[in-house]
Ligand binder design. Structure first.
Ligand code: SF4
Length: 371
């Protein structure tokens, strides 16, 4: 069995570490490129969500490298994600690809089926081995996100432009050849140290922008056109409302304190939206309010074209802006999104936030003179 999976940011580090530890042969999909998107767009229904199209591109490129089994997380909706796994399975079958697909629906929907699928994947491994491999994978997720957080802080303050990203690039090249969770973790820890040494400009107070929106678009840099990098180069410190680590903590861990905090933030959305309408729309509203209350300068919502839950959130966000006063911009991405126009919109938004900050500072100075 040669197992592959779709890309989603740095998830490949944890999945590879876990499968290596279980002695399962892994085919990491090649990094997402224009070719991946082209394949996915050609082979998927036109109105399918962008993440589904890229997933299909990932599978085909992995099958070309010898993969024969695909693992994917499933869901029961209510948006289109509910039938993602099944649709993808059908697409591959229609194209004549002889691959097995193991869909991990959330355990609460059918506990027995969930266990059976783990057993199918893990073969003769004991349950203790499986639990330990899973635990190490969640540590990888946590530390990889901490590494990205260091990069987000450094990018906005680095003395030499590009210093942070050249180190991240070296990390990606080095970690690609590692085997097992131990080696992967050691590499992440090494680069956390290397990134911490990026020289910072003294006494800078960068603009702070929070990113909200659909999880795949937030986590996968290819899909969001490397928004964190672009904002960093504009001198902005980025805050991410959804990370892989956050997702694992909320959905797969027993961390009660974190779950309570998550619920507390969700409750902020109650006057606008008080139920899950699929995807992460509820979180989009709640986190926009949370970021406004924390005093961030602005919020950017990113969503794939046609994403139903985020369209709901988008229609509510102007009201959140009216009530809280923090500027919010929505960016829609699809296979046609042009990099230049996208960057221009980011620059314009950052300019607006800078002006707002300056006029606030002027008002403050004037009030001091007036006594
Ligand atoms: S959240 Fe949006 S992009 Fe993701 S599956 Fe649902 S509709 Fe599609």
């Amino acid at each position: 069995m040669k197992v592959t999976f779709p890309h989603m940011g740095q998830a490949y580090l944890a999945i590879k570490g876990m499968l290596d530890d279980l002695g399962i042969e892994v085919v990491i999909p090649p990094p997402i490129t224009e070719r991946t998107l082209e394949i996915g767009t050609k082979l998927s229904p036109e109105m399918a969500c962008l993440p589904l199209k890229i997933n299909i591109g990932n599978y085909i490129e992995s099958v070309e490298k010898g993969a024969d089994t695909i693992i994917i997380a499933g869901s029961c909706g209510p948006c289109r994600f509910g039938y993602y796994g099944v649709v993808q399975k059908e697409i591959l079958k229609d194209l004549g690809y002889d691959v097995d697909m193991i869909i991990f629906d959330p355990p609460d929907s059918d506990y027995r089926a969930f266990i059976e699928r783990i057993r199918k994947l893990a073969g003769k491994n004991s349950w203790v081995n499986i639990a330990q491999a899973f635990k190490r994978a969640s540590i990888i997720v946590k530390e990889a996100d901490e590494m990205l957080d260091i990069a987000l802080r450094k990018r906005a303050r680095e003395v030499n432009k590009g210093d942070t990203d050249s180190r991240l690039y070296r990390f990606e090249r080095e970690v690609w050849g590692k085997y097992g969770s131990q080696e992967i973790l050691e590499t992440i820890r090494k680069y956390k140290g290397i990134l911490s040494q990026v020289e910072e400009k003294p006494r800078v107070s960068p603009l702070k922008i929070g990113l909200v929106g659909e999880i795949y678009t937030l986590v996968e840099p290819y899909v969001n056109l490397h928004i964190e990098k672009k904002l960093g180069y504009l001198g902005v410190e980025v805050y991410r409302s959804i990370t892989l680590h956050e997702w694992v903590k909320v959905h797969l861990s027993l961390d009660v304190k974190h779950r309570m905090r998550h619920k507390r933030i969700l409750r902020k959305a109650a006057p606008y939206l008080n139920l899950c309408v699929g995807g992460h729309a509820w979180q989009t509203i709640a986190n926009s309010i949370y970021y406004s209350e924390c005093g961030l300068d602005g919020v950017i919502q990113i969503m794939p074209f046609g994403c139903m839950p985020e369209i709901v959130a988008e229609s509510i966000l102007p009201k959140v802006y009216q009530d809280y006063g923090t500027p919010i911009m929505t960016l829609v991405v699809d296979e046609m999104t042009g990099e230049a126009g996208y960057f221009t919109r980011l620059e314009a938004f950052v300019d607006l936030l800078e002006q707002k900050r300056r006029s606030k500072a002027d008002e403050y100075k004037e009030s001091l003179f007036r006594g």
